[in-house]
Design a protein around this ligand. Structure first.
Ligand SMILES: Cc1cc2nc3c(=O)[nH]c(=O)nc-3n(C[C@H](O)[C@H](O)[C@H](O)COP(=O)(O)O)c2cc1C
Length: 415
């Protein structure tokens, strides 16, 4: 019976173990986790979501404090349109996070950064341009474009000296999204180096409707995209993602022609994952009916999470002076609207509850939005129960090697 290690992902002359650990924003896929994946010969992702916050935590910088101080006067105002990111400081934070990670890289694998278009930061094009160019300057091996159609994104780095040497890929959830991306970028004469095809069972934001995600199936979408690319004579490595829980699942995609797989949920309960240990135990314990797909993300995309996430129903005052990553080009965010509505409906109340949206920046910063993949309820079968009723945390190496070497639907327990 074949295992993942019988296959290789090829980028030119470079050969990799075809396991890519997906980006998990706001430092859930830490540099330490990504570095392990690279050391073991695969691909790891860091994320540039809320990079100033991440830099502050990793390197004791003061980006958030400085920005909060600058916009302190605006805290009580519901109009957040004045809040802007200083592009120089944004570049600096990105270079810290990416550069220090790349300096620490060992082994034959690669490290990519996950770059979400939906982080519009009150100046979508300008901030995305800075984020991507700074990551390339800092030596990132590749950029995975996510959470958006990215119709103009590649053009933002077309003049960068590394535009043709860094690996640039995109996450799509349908053939149509890929077709639009390819059409819009045709004039750049540069195909993506890989396409991650994310199905409906993934964690984070989903590229499907909240009501119909369960009508879609990853294998069918991968087959449609493969047939289209073959017909067009386009040779782009395809990387399925979402619900690939065992090495056996991965092999089934590799045997059908996938170049690699992208996985994430299995790594949420590793020591290297950025979630607090207490939250990792929530992931272990979750049962299937404790996981839902809801619309509380202000991005407008459905998101999968544990129903017990503290982010659900929290009615905190919008924190855009400190963060503001989801402010659109006019300085609006769906959470601000929802919060203001509740405040107006409950005059004099000390605290309101907002059920339909969440202040996602604050929630992700505080690890209060427990986003997860559909198969989170199977994590308990990947570890041992401890005397205190909790579960033993795994190492990223253990999980990576389990994907690499296990066969059938088996999962190896920690030694
Ligand atoms: C906790 C968590 C956070 C995630 N955050 C992001 C993110 O910030 N950006 C993104 O493109 N995908 C994100 N994802 C999706 C993963 O990168 C990956 O494609 C997907 O979850 C793979 O499916 P699996 O979790 O079933 O293995 C996240 C997934 C999880 C579990």
């Amino acid at each position: 019976m074949k295992c993942v290690d019988d296959f290789r992902l090829r980028f030119g002359k470079q050969e990799l173990v075809p396991v890519m650990v997906g980006g998990m924003g706001v430092d859930i896929s830490t540099a330490t986790l990504a570095l392990e994946a690279a050391r073991l010969g695969g691909i790891g992702h860091i994320s540039d979501a809320m990079v100033q916050t991440v830099s502050d935590r990793r390197f004791k910088t003061q980006f958030v404090k400085e920005k909060t101080k600058l916009y302190k006067y605006n805290v009580a105002s519901s109009d957040k349109s004045a809040i802007q990111f200083d592009l120089g400081r944004l570049a600096e934070a990105t270079q810290n996070h990416v550069g220090r990670t790349m300096e620490a890289k060992r082994g034959n694998g690669m490290i990519f950064v996950n770059c979400m278009e939906k982080l519009t930061m009150n100046a979508p094009r300008e901030t995305l341009r800075v984020r991507m160019n700074a990551a390339l300057d800092a030596g990132i091996d590749g950029i995975t474009l996510s959470a958006g159609l990215h119709l103009g994104t590649l053009a933002l780095v077309a003049d960068h000296p590394r535009f043709r040497d860094a690996k640039l890929g995109i996450i799509v959830s349908s053939l149509r999204a890929l077709q639009i991306f390819l059409r819009k970028n045709a004039r750049l004469d540069r195909l993506p180096d890989y396409v991650v095809i994310e199905g409906p069972l993934a964690g984070g934001h989903l590229g499907f409707g909240a009501d119909d995600w369960d009508k879609y199936d990853l294998r069918t979408i991968v087959a449609e995209i493969r047939q289209y690319l073959q017909a067009e004579k386009l040779d782009i490595p395809l990387i399925p993602a979402g619900g690939i829980f065992t090495g056996g699942d991965a092999v089934s995609y590799l045997e059908e022609g996938a170049a690699a797989v992208q996985v994430a949920t299995r790594f949420t309960v590793t020591k290297e994952c950025g979630l607090p240990d207490k939250v990792k135990q929530e992931y272990f314990k979750a049962s299937e009916d404790e996981i839902e797909v809801n619309m509380i993300s202000p991005t407008g995309y459905p998101m999968r999470m544990l129903k017990s996430s503290p982010a659900i129903g929290d009615g905190i005052r919008p924190n855009c002076e400190a963060y503001g990553y989801l402010l659109d080009a006019s300085g609006n965010c769906a959470y601000i609207t929802a919060y203001n509505r509740e405040v107006a409906a409950h005059p004099g109340a000390k605290k309101v509850s907002v059920m339909d949206k969440t202040c996602l920046c604050t929630a992700m910063r505080n690890f209060d939005c427990w986003t997860c993949g559909h198969y989170t309820y199977r994590l308990k079968d990947t570890s041992r129960r401890l005397a205190d009723g909790g579960y033993e945390l795994l190492t990223a190496e253990h999980v990576f090697r389990d994907y690499q070497f296990s066969t059938g639907g088996k999962v190896a327990l920690p030694a």
